[in-house]
Design a protein around this ligand. Structure first.
Ligand code: NDP
Ligand code: 3PY
Length: 321
């Protein structure tokens, strides 16, 4: 007897190619971005899908959710859920799975890579050597990273992994969240401005979305000060990028390391012209090991939901339904 495989709407190609193949093997998959006319496809076939797969980067807009009247579950590749339309999903009563925890180490590693690069001028020194400048001049001396005060905005899963890395660099750690973390050995500062004044290096690991939009603004950057460094591995939306470019250009902060931007994949052009900022194309979770673990959780969440009505890892506002 022929078995019918569940139909899955995949919003676009996944950030791990094997996952596209694995999904297609286990389910009857339609990739929306591959349809010649996605809107027409949704209008004609939207009612056939109970399950959808997407990623933190692609998200899922209200227009798509609204065109899937029977949607029950979305499995998202990534831990950030700011690009998934919460209101539309809650209206639909669809649940949402995501991939927390499995990427913490690699994201914290990249935060440290950016921190060390920004403070020690590693990328800039690489450009210096390749240009042949070494035979004519000396590369300027830079700022020590170890032993400094590390401020963490967002002491969650990734923030606390960054804090563990910091102990190996003999750093003092303080943090700001909306609420202190029970049992945390680190100092809690009730305002971001206080944290920025205290810190030598401010690392952003807070969730993105409207609640954190432009938390790091010109005032916070001024508080960080001309010797201070900013590292962002969370979301570009947490930082006022124009204010950051202005602070970097006018040396109101010393430097920055950024993996995320307000309008990806288009960092503000002003940033591209500056030597005191290191730019990465949103790669913090981009290792073979971590992307594999994320893919496994995307598949597991989908299987679990189909079997039991609950995914293994569910976005908090979805679980609260
Ligand atoms: N660059 C990349 O490739 C990646 C980026 N990310 C980003 O990192 C983010 C963090 O992930 P993760 O650590 O797992 O998430 P968690 O939910 O564990 O941590 C988020 C932290 O943000 C804090 N926070 C939320 N809102 C505010 C606010 N308004 N002011 C201050 N602090 C706030 C929370 O504390 P509280 O609730 O007490 O305020 C919490 O400590 C993700 O949301 C994602 O956007 C994740 C993976 C990869
Ligand atoms: O997981 C996330 O939220 C990302 O940004 C990509 O890993």
């Amino acid at each position: 007897m022929a078995t019918t495989r569940p139909r899955v709407l995949q919003y676009g190609k996944m950030p791990l190619t094997q996952l596209d193949a694995e999904l297609a093997q286990a389910y009857e998959v339609s990739i929306l971005s591959e349809q010649p006319d996605p809107e027409r496809f949704l209008a004609e076939h939207g009612g056939q899908f109970e399950y959808a797969v997407t990623s933190a980067a692609m998200g899922l807009p209200a227009g798509v959710v609204d065109a899937l009247p029977n949607l029950k579950f979305v499995s998202s590749f990534g831990v950030g859920f700011d690009a998934l339309d919460k209101d539309a999903l809650l209206r639909r009563g669809a649940r949402v799975g995501y991939t927390p925890g499995v990427l913490d180490d690699c994201v914290a590693d990249l935060a440290f890579a950016l921190l060390l690069d920004a403070t020690r001028g590693l990328s800039e020194s690489d450009r210096f050597v390749r240009r042949g400048d070494w035979s004519q001049s000396r590369f300027g001396i830079r700022t020590r990273a170890s032993g400094k005060r590390l401020g963490i905005l967002g002491m969650g899963r990734i923030g606390s992994t960054v804090a563990r890395r910091a102990s190996g660099f003999d750093m003092e750690v303080a943090y700001h969240n909306r609420r202190p973390v029970e049992g945390s050995p680190h100092q809690y500062l009730p305002s971001l401005l206080e944290l920025a004044r205290w810190a030598d290096i401010l690392v952003i690991t807070a969730a993105g979305g409207e609640g954190t939009r432009h938390l790091v603004n010109a005032e916070v950057l001024a508080a960080l000060g001309p010797q201070g460094f900013l590292v962002n591995v969370a979301r570009g939306s947490v930082v006022d990028e124009a204010a950051l470019a202005d602070a970097l250009e006018n040396k109101r902060i010393a430097g920055a390391g950024l993996d995320v931007f307000e309008d990806e994949p288009r960092p503000l052009p002003a940033l591209l012209a500056l030597d005191n900022v290191v730019l990465a194309p949103h790669i913090a979770s981009g290792t073979h090991e971590t992307r594999r673990a994320m893919a496994d959780l995307v598949l597991h969440n989908l299987q679990q939901f189909i079997a039991t009505g609950r995914p293994a890892a569910e976005v908090p506002w979805s679980a609260a339904q």
